[in-house]
Design a protein around this ligand. Structure first.
Ligand code: HEC
Length: 135
């Protein structure tokens, strides 16, 4: 774990405390790159949108963006979410996604939930540092 990331986690905890448990998404560190989220969006349109909607708003499958999703996944880490996606999705073809594809999808899911993009691409080793916050 990089010291910078640790510092961020610490700062975010403080922020969350200062706001009575509700940190503002705008204060989040940038965990993924715009290009990565764009790849994730394209892949999602091919493999996820039929069930989760083109903007992850939900259809046959539950929404992957917005308060309902955050209420379910808030408090858990992006690593848990990535494991879930890798093991169970796309439904009917579980286990077919490559590691890089899962990261792209995670970047898109973070973007769809208001997390800001930055210079660095999301990496497997940083997933466990990302705690999804409740709305
Ligand atoms: C054939 C329909 C279908 C496809 C395609 C599909 N999903 Fe799902 N997904 C579901 C259903 C239904 C659920 C609800 C949980 C369950 O029944 O397993 C779900 C649940 C999820 C969840 C957990 C949501 C929650 O509220 O806990 C995530 C994350 C997810 N899917 C991601 C994806 C991603 C990413 C893709 C594309 C790679 C994808 N899914 C493709 C049907 C689908």
């Amino acid at each position: 774990m990089k010291p910078a990331a640790l510092t961020w986690t610490f700062l975010l905890s403080l922020l969350a405390l200062a706001h009575g448990g509700h940190a503002h998404l705008g204060a989040f560190p940038a965990w993924y790159s715009p290009a990565q989220a764009e790849r994730g969006r394209a892949l999602s349109l091919r493999q996820c949108a039929a069930c989760h909607g083109p903007r992850l708003e939900g259809r046959y499958g539950p929404p992957l963006a917005g308060p309902r999703f955050l209420a379910r996944w808030g408090g858990r880490t992006a690593e848990e979410l990535a494991r879930y996606v890798a093991a169970r999705m796309p439904q009917g073809r579980a286990g077919t996604l490559e590691e890089a594809e899962v990261l792209d999808l995670l970047a898109f899911i973070l973007q769809a939930n208001g997390y800001p993009a930055g210079k660095q691409a999301l990496q497997t080793k940083t997933l466990k540092q990302i705690q999804i916050l409740k709305p």
